[in-house]
Write a protein that binds this ligand. Structure first.
Ligand code: AOF
Ligand code: ZN
Length: 354
């Protein structure tokens, strides 16, 4: 039941941000009597849809939810109250909702009404699903993923900067799914000048999604008058040094960020994005910016597309500026998932905490 609730939750991966993905299954014993998931910010919560589907059959039933039912009135009324009113007998939640207005208050409300409450079922999976939302609420910064396409010998572009294309069509299509679940796609001015990316979401088939914010780190605002990144349907935010002057006719958003060692302070960049309710940031940048995030210990996840090609030692590496000389300094990563995508292999990695 909980696995099904998690699958339902994930259906809204492209549309719920900045809200968490939440799924709910209502069951009478082995029989599912209602299902629901939270589709978008401002819309009804998962429990409301599931209770609607269950109708009278919710009485005495067990509700499986991937997140603690809310206790607050936000865009919608409290789900805890809705479960109580429907006469649900048991609630099984995957995890507590750390959102300050909930954070245990939903469980308390249910228990006070005589409902048996358990939580912790498939918690690791639920936390993984909402790692972006949890990072923003618990750490005050978005979850940071770096996407990279690499050759077998760890190269991402030729010495000239040419990188079209290392990975195949299928892998490049897959990137758009990861973009769509991200709140922001972040790059540097160097990449805007060298590659002129659009950083938009393009799907082969019509798919609903909330367009991620495009973020360009551009201390001197050198790229604001050029580049595809300022065109199209998605919003763009330029982050710059305090002394840079945005042109009067700049239609994109912009904000100043403090500097550290002559570069934009990456901690401050992430704090600003969290304040704008960005849960997941996908970095699609060159080796220098990717290396800077890694060195600063700000990378939560690497999304690596490995293509079966060799580019040779004159091609550019995955990261620059790591300053590793000895084995003892090596950065260890843990493989979270591997999957073949067309002719390439997709590897999802997380820095090893240990
Ligand atoms: C639930 N069930 O399906 C979801 C919950 O602005 P609102 O009213 O939509 O509230 C958003 C907050 O509610 C969100 O930050 C999170 O803490 C919780 N989400 N809770 O009981 C749901 N999506
Ligand atoms: Zn709710």
């Amino acid at each position: 039941m909980m696995a099904q609730a998690l699958r339902l939750a994930e259906r809204a991966a492209y549309t719920t941000k900045p809200n968490p993905m939440v799924g709910c299954v209502i069951a009478q014993g082995e029989e599912v009597v209602g299902e629901g998931w939270h589709q978008r910010k401002g819309g009804p919560h998962a429990e409301v849809f599931a209770l609607q589907a269950a109708g009278e059959r919710a009485r005495g039933a067990t509700a499986y939810v991937t997140l603690e039912p809310c206790a607050h009135t936000g865009n919608t009324g409290p789900c805890a109250d809705a479960l109580i009113a429907a006469g649900v007998a048991h609630v099984v939640a995957a995890m507590r909702d750390p959102f300050p207005q909930v954070n245990g208050a939903g469980f308390d409300k249910l228990r006070a009404a005589g409902i048996a409450v358990r939580h912790g079922l498939m918690e690791a999976q639920a936390r993984h699903l909402n790692r972006g939302f949890l990072s923003r609420i618990e750490r005050g910064r978005p979850w940071l993923r770096i996407k990279l396409a690499t050759s077998i010998d760890g190269r991402t572009a030729m010495a000239s900067g040419d990188s079209k294309w290392i990975s195949g069509d299928a892998a490049r299509g897959d990137v758009h799914r990861w973009r769509a679940r991200s709140g922001a796609i972040l790059t540097g001015s160097g990449t805007v000048l060298a590659d002129d990316p659009h950083l938009t979401v393009r799907f082969d088939e019509p798919t609903e999604f909330v367009a991620p914010l495009r973020v360009v780190l551009d201390p001197g605002l050198a790229t604001v008058t050029r580049g595809h990144v300022r065109e199209g349907a998605a919003p763009t935010l330029y982050l710059h040094a305090a002394d840079a002057k945005p042109p009067r006719d700049l239609s994109a958003q912009h904000a100043a960020v403090p500097m550290r060692d002559g570069k934009l302070d990456l901690d401050a960049v992430l704090k600003l994005l969290a304040e704008r309710e960005i849960n997941e940031v996908q970095v699609e940048a060159g080796a220098t910016l990717a290396g800077a995030f890694l060195c600063a210990g700000l990378v939560d996840e690497l999304l690596l597309y490995v293509a079966p090609v060799l580019l040779g030692e004159r091609a550019r590496p995955l990261f620059e500026g790591l300053c590793i000389d000895e084995m003892a300094q090596r950065l260890r990563l843990r493989i979270v998932e591997t999957r073949r995508i067309g002719d390439d292999v997709r590897v999802l990695l997380q820095p090893d905490a240990a």
